[in-house]
Design a protein around this ligand. Structure first.
Ligand code: URP
Ligand code: ZN
Ligand code: ZN
Ligand code: ZN
Length: 574
């Protein structure tokens, strides 16, 4: 958290940091186990000017080279002649305007924290401005100017008309209008099936969106919860007098996630377009994804397993809902008010409001706001769902891990002090993901080290087509490398984390697997628990349409059309 001084200085960022970070252009990583998604080997890695020059044993170098000893540690992911990345987080919300608040981590503080945790690229969600995608893109371009690591964008779709449909094309393909090259490079669009009255879309829009995604070769993503039913569930809780954060979880149970996941999968199957389900949080959703992926002969026209990608997030794998259930939470039980108690409560609320406004809430012990930090959607589930998500990840039902990093501080979370519906939804994870996945999945023996590289990096690169283009031989790879010490332990605390929020959902958690060094673009940005990052050094990564998920989709379409020929003939001859 010593970076706070830098953050608080805002744009007057200490310039000397830029100089520090541009040193060390020649790096030798000695004696580590070099891991990528398909093999591991003990070797040295030599990096020059941001490019990996050699991966082989016993590399000899001159004196001006910075040498990092990685003996007994994992160096990942690295590969020759490839454009590879350290960890890639497919799901973040930096500086996101959401539920009357703006998430506290921007494109600098969030990315700095990511680098401290071994993530060297992330993909954030662009929110349209009044439905306009181009306006939304402009806003995010500006937000991302202070980036200190590489990033890409997904785009959210909130309304539908001809303009939005055309804008989707512009977002995907480069176009030259009056000598100006339009911005592009988006190959995924997200549809919210929840947040009624805000981002939520109906099935009609979803179908239009899916069709458009398919025609452009871009991936449709869904936040899968039934928003109408959630709205009903929320009313039910408020009527029962349950206004605390437990009402959040109770109002949107797993079956509503299962329903929406199933609906999105069926509609994507009907359109025959690949689908990506973000933040899978429950057994109910896992079961729907498993069923769709393994389908062999079904009533749908799909003959092969459906192309459905499932993304659990770090919080879903690591946490359960036990922390949301504060036994002392006074608003959980409805009490019959007397006139006197009404008076005292009014005075109490007045003081509390003043206190919140003056930021004194942190000192206010009686109202335990620590439970608010866990509020996200879909909710963190009861114990058992976490284990099921881990199992689904290890068996391949789920393919990659995100974080949904959308951090709010206590003052912002307190917006919902008397109504859980107003608590800004979101948890942290961008800094902890690489460590947590290591500790939960590798340290426990559930997955191999090569699987670890696949689910934290390589699979994300394949899905969003930033993995090297088929057949292309590049002169060298981008050197985004981490050194992870499997024996070094980590304790997560708000005191020591590098992002801005004053709380951490993993507070006090201890585990194995520490990212000791992060190299981004050939520069050492994290070493000896010290960050050396500079705003403006991150690059926008354009992502091309038609990833491997679209391979063969046309053949399935042809098969479907030919299956329709028989009835068409019958109707015509009648
Ligand atoms: O609670 C959450 N997940 N906040 C971020 C927005 C979203 O739904 O992904
Ligand atoms: Zn590679
Ligand atoms: Zn969501
Ligand atoms: Zn999200």
């Amino acid at each position: 958290a010593n970076l706070f001084q830098f953050f608080d200085a805002g744009f007057g960022y200490d310039k000397s940091a830029c100089e520090i970070s541009s040193s060390s252009s020649k790096i030798l990583i000695k004696g580590g186990t070099v891991v990528n998604d398909h093999r591991e080997e003990v070797a040295d890695v030599y990096v020059e000017d941001g490019i990996i020059v050699a991966v082989e044993p016993n590399i000899k170098v001159a004196d001006d080279v910075t040498v990092l000893d990685a003996t007994g540690k994992f160096v990942m992911p690295v590969e020759m002649n490839d454009k590879d990345y350290g960890g890639i987080d497919p799901h973040t919300h930096l500086a996101a305007e959401f539920m009357s608040a703006e998430s506290v981590d921007d494109f600098f503080s969030g990315q700095a924290a990511a680098l401290a945790g071994g993530t060297t690229m992330h993909i954030d969600f662009v929110k349209p401005v009044n439905g306009s995608l181009t306006a939304g893109f402009k806003v995010y371009e500006k937000k991302a100017k202070k980036s200190c690591m590489d990033y890409g964008f997904h785009m959210v779709i909130t309304k539908w008309n001809e303009v939005v449909s055309n804008e989707m094309e512009i977002m995907v393909k480069r176009k030259v209008v009056f000598c100006i090259v339009s911005k592009s490079g988006i190959n995924s669009f997200k549809f919210f099936l929840a947040y009624k009255g805000a981002q939520m879309v109906n099935d009609e829009l979803l179908l239009e969106g899916f069709k458009k995604c398919k025609s452009l070769g871009v991936l449709a993503m869904v936040h899968a919860e039934n928003g109408d039913a959630v709205y009903e569930g929320q009313k039910r809780m408020i009527e029962l007098g349950i206004t605390g954060p437990e009402g959040h979880a109770l109002s949107r149970p797993p079956l509503l996630e299962g329903e929406a996941t199933s609906r999105a999968i069926h509609l994507a199957g009907f359109v025959n377009t690949p689908l990506y389900v973000v933040h899978v949080m429950s057994i109910d959703a896992v079961e729907e994804i498993a069923r769709a992926r393994k389908t062999e002969i079904t009533s749908h026209f799909q003959a092969a397993g459906q192309r459905v990608i499932g993304e659990p997030i770090a919080a879903g794998l690591a946490l359960d809902d036990s922390r949301i259930w504060d036994p002392d939470f006074i608003t959980a039980a409805k009490q019959e008010p007397t006139l006197l108690s009404f008076f005292f409560v009014s005075v109490f609320v007045l003081f509390l409001t003043l206190w919140i406004r003056s930021d004194g809430i942190k000192l206010f012990k009686h109202y335990d706001l620590s439970y608010f930090r866990y509020v996200m959607s879909p909710p963190i589930r009861a114990s058992g769902h976490d284990k099921a998500l881990q199992a689904a990840l290890s068996t391949g039902i789920l393919q990659l891990v995100g974080t949904d990093h959308c951090s709010f501080n206590s003052t912002q979370k307190a917006l919902g002090i008397d109504d859980f519906r107003k608590i800004p939804n979101g948890v942290n994870g961008i800094e902890e993901r690489m460590h947590l996945v290591w500790d939960i999945m590798v340290e426990s023996g559930q997955i191999s080290v090569t699987d670890y590289v696949r689910i934290t990096s390589t699979e994300c690169a394949r899905i969003f087509k930033i993995y090297p283009r088929k057949g292309a031989i590049l002169p060298g790879s981008d050197a985004d490398i981490i050194i992870l010490n499997p024996n070094s332990s980590v304790e997560i605390t708000a005191k020591s984390h590098h992002f801005r929020s004053d709380t951490n959902v993993y507070e006090g958690r201890r585990g194995k697997g520490k990212v000791e060094v992060t190299i981004a673009g050939g520069r050492i940005v994290w070493e000896n628990d010290e960050l050396k990052v500079a705003p403006g050094s991150g690059k926008y990564v354009e992502m091309q349409p038609f990833s491997y998920l679209f391979n063969g989709i046309d053949k399935l379409d042809a098969k479907y059309l030919s299956s329709l020929k028989a009835p068409v003939k019958r109707i015509k001859s009648a």
